[in-house]
Ligand binder design. Structure first.
Ligand SMILES: *Cc1c(COP(=O)(O)O)cnc(C)c1O
Length: 409
């Protein structure tokens, strides 16, 4: 999307507002499937938690993707988007057996990541094929909070417990139809990822009835012009070759599955906010926007550096700004960032706002969550309305103190 298109969205729908460019989602999807073009059966299951708007799910499904879900509610959103249950995989962590049973009833593929539930589910439903999530104990990125494959991570069943898994499978008579790993976000080193894949192949040999091997996700996307990103093309080349060799050895054409979230939607998203106040102190110039970590928490939660452009004055002289929000708490988006000169009333555009941005938004400070707009074939389509005061109070129950106590309020 260009600046004028973004400005037109801010004009039409007000600020703050999230905008997603469908063409970028499509080109990322094509890039991934092209990189793995040599694999006969490839399945991309989009990770719903990155951006879960039903219209976005519909669009991504139309491209050919299934869905990766982590809660019963995400499965229900997928079904509401028209995605058939057979194309939905449920990969929860630490949920109850009851929730897994409900999802299994809906017909989605179950992926289990602990021995206790595996045994309970296998005993009750030996006929329902199950995928197991393995922890290969490989660190994907540098950040231990978003890397979930390391030794003391809560995710997956340790590769050191394969004999235990096999005992459960034999005793229950259940069928394992998939093997899965997800080492977490930000794969920087392809060799590390391939090393984890080797562990998955070794694990797969212990199971005779597999239909797919799921390599999870964690592809790193660039946050600025010279930022590093996962080299998908190289990964495609090397992993495809290795996967095809494994299938020959295994004696069956398995499906290679990925479940990217960030890779498909991060760069497609823009967050637009209006500058309320320019505040000059003795050391800093603050640009304060009509938003905060209630709407975009990644900079405060993960230290993410979202590129910020002043689309109202893109050619202006650059100056240093700290971009902050209007929440009554520290909510810094950027410290001393070079941005073209900002005036009050300008619209700032935050990039990489497609993944884990709206889905992590809250009503903190009793602010409304922003609307979402899909930019599709040159048109701005509203896909979620801005909240209003009713959304803040609809579930609140106002106590009539006179009736229940001695005080009069
Ligand atoms: C979050 C998640 C993903 C998506 O990760 P990205 O970094 O957004 O690609 C995939 N699989 C599982 C199991 C997840 O929890």
């Amino acid at each position: 999307m260009n600046r004028n298109e973004l400005l037109s969205v801010a004009n039409q729908f007000g600020s703050p507002v999230y905008v997603y460019d469908s063409a970028k989602i499509k080109s990322q999807y094509t890039r991934l499937t092209t990189a793995f073009g040599k694999v006969k059966n490839l399945k991309i299951n989009y990770a719903v938690k990155a951006l879960s708007n039903i219209s976005v799910l519909k669009y991504i499904h139309h491209l050919g993707a299934g869905l990766d879900t982590v809660s019963l509610q995400e499965v229900q959103l997928g079904l509401a988007a028209g995605v058939p249950a057979e194309q939905i995989i449920f990969t929860p962590n630490g949920v109850s057996l009851g929730e897994i049973e409900e999802v299994a009833k809906l017909g989605a593929q179950i992926n289990i990541d602990n021995l206790s539930i595996l045994e309970q589910f296998g005993n009750k439903y030996p006929e329902t094929p199950v995928c197991i999530r393995i922890n290969p104990h490989v660190m994907a990125g540098g950040n231990a909070n978003i890397s979930v494959g390391h030794i003391d991570s809560k995710f997956g069943i340790s590769i050191h417990q394969i004999p235990h898994i096999q005992r459960i499978v034999t005793n229950t008579g259940m069928r394992i139809n998939g093997i899965h790993m997800h080492t977490g976000s930000d794969i920087l080193d392809i060799d590390v990822f391939l090393h984890a894949s080797e562990i998955l192949f070794e694990t797969a040999q212990h199971f005779d009835n597999l239909e797919f091997i799921d390599f999870g996700s964690g592809f790193k996307v660039p946050y600025s012009e010279n930022d590093i990103e996962t080299n998908i093309e190289e990964l495609g080349e090397r992993l495809s070759e290795r996967f095809n060799r494994f299938c020959k050895k295994y004696g069956r054409d398995l499906t290679l599955t990925f479940e990217p979230g960030k890779f498909l939607v991060s760069q497609a998203g823009y967050f637009l906010a209006n500058v309320n106040v320019i505040k000059q102190t003795t050391s800093t110039v603050f640009a304060q926007v009509d938003s905060g970590f209630n709407h975009l928490i990644r900079p405060m939660l993960y230290g993410s550096q979202h590129h910020i452009e002043n689309i109202s004055n893109p050619e202006g002289r650059e100056r240093f700004y700290s971009v902050v929000g209007y929440i009554c708490e520290t909510d810094t988006f950027a410290n001393n960032r070079r941005i073209s000169e900002i005036k009050e009333g300008d619209i700032l555009c935050f990039q990489n706002a497609g993944a884990y941005c709206f889905t992590m938004a809250s009503n903190y400070n009793s602010r409304f969550r922003p609307p979402e707009v899909l930019w599709h074939e040159g048109e701005a389509l509203l896909i979620r309305k801005r909240e209003d005061f009713n959304n803040l109070i609809e579930n609140q129950v106002v106590v009539d103190f006179k009736k229940v106590s001695t005080i009069e309020i």
